[in-house]
Ligand binder design. Structure first.
Ligand code: TXA
Ligand code: MG
Length: 325
């Protein structure tokens, strides 16, 4: 396939073209507030199958359906009594809800599970595209399986441009980490993936939430796989400087705030000059990619506080730090 066109996501003609591609069974990468998605008509099993091929994604890894509102979400899944008020509060926004699957959701979307993950993205172009297409859009992050998610159209193009039909360019994603996933199955809500909505905000609305992010043996969400969101360069999370410098490795530093010590690093990425965790999350994946292309022996990441978006940042860094064993 020739290189995909990159079109301005604010252009109504581009949205109409993208919608036509989706309705025709094609694949369009589009911006959301979290990361770029690789979208197909959620009701078209062949189109969804192409997503798996293009991403080299295992068929056991279900994808999220993106809809414009709760009414559309109800076409694809069944919400328990307490869930709609949570959806109303956090949608549009970076919250994905896992609910019981309806017949309208093809099994390939859910990898054969009886549950389906659904969200309403808070991004004008994403909502315009969903409305113009007139269907739910099944979309994983628009990267090859296991790699860092894309937060710009250029990131998408680097990995997927010769395999998909169109890339809508909406600039850099404002949140920068994937949606928070909660399961509504079971007696109490549970957290399957830390993400763009801080756990604290969810617990304020929902009361205590069980955390089941580390189901390693049979992951409910491959975002739960131990190794995921990975750079090619080995990454370690550490507070100390001594070991990496003593080995004389070519090392890059990923840090929340500007380092105080003299830098012995080949390159330094500062996630937020003021230590703001939202800003840091928005910069995280692009910073990892910039470090990853420098041919370093190692990336050293300084831990960030595990509150607010810091929880999602640390989760991604930990999964990135796991190497093949
Ligand atoms: O922010 C996001 O969520 C982005 C944008 C594009 O919306 N999407 C995204 O998709 O991160 P993906 O496929 O990279 O991650 C979706 C996660 C996977 O880990 C998948 O296993 C999980 O959602 N998931 C999907 N359906 C599920 C289900 N029925 N039960 C449990 N987990 C599910
Ligand atoms: Mg992904």
């Amino acid at each position: 396939m020739p290189t995909a066109e990159i079109a301005d996501a604010r252009d109504p003609i581009a949205i109409e073209l993208a919608a036509r591609i989706i309705r025709g069974g094609g694949l369009v990468a589009f911006p959301t507030e979290t990361v770029y998605g690789l979208g197909a008509d959620a009701g078209n099993p062949l189109a969804v199958a192409r997503i798996f091929e293009v991403k080299q994604r295992p068929r056991i890894d279900p994808v999220i359906i993106h809809v414009a509102d709760l009414a559309a979400a109800r076409i694809y899944g069944r919400f328990p009594a307490w869930a709609p008020s949570v959806a109303q509060r956090f949608w549009p926004g970076p919250l994905t809800m896992v609910v019981e699957r309806n017949q309208a959701t093809p099994p390939i979307v859910t990898a054969g599970l009886d549950t389906v993950a659904i969200r309403v993205p808070a991004h004008a172009a994403a909502l315009d595209l969903i409305r113009a297409a007139g269907c739910g859009i099944a979309a994983p992050s628009a990267n090859l399986f296991g790699f860092v998610s894309p937060t710009t159209a250029a990131h998408v193009a680097e990995q997927l441009s010769d395999r998909i039909d169109l890339i809508l360019d909406g600039g850099a994603c404002s949140i920068g980490v994937e949606s928070t996933i909660i399961s509504t199955i079971g007696a109490r809500p549970s957290l399957l993936r830390a993400g763009g909505i801080p756990l604290e905000e969810l617990e304020e609305a929902l009361g205590p939430i069980d955390i089941s992010m580390d189901a390693v043996d049979r992951p409910q969400a491959p975002g739960q796989l131990k190794k995921h969101y990975a750079t090619r360069t080995p990454l370690s999370i550490t507070d100390r400087d001594s070991e990496e410098s003593r080995r004389g490795e070519k090392t890059g530093l990923l840090t929340l705030t500007p380092p105080t010590e003299d830098s012995r690093y080949e390159a330094t990425e500062i996630l937020s000059s003021t230590g703001d965790l939202r800003e840091a999350a928005a910069n995280l994946f692009a910073a990892l990619r910039r470090l990853d292309i420098l041919g370093l022996d190692r990336i050293v990441a300084r831990p960030v506080p595990e509150s607010g978006l810091g929880r999602a940042i640390m989760d991604r860094l930990r999964r990135c730090a796991v190497r093949d064993e």
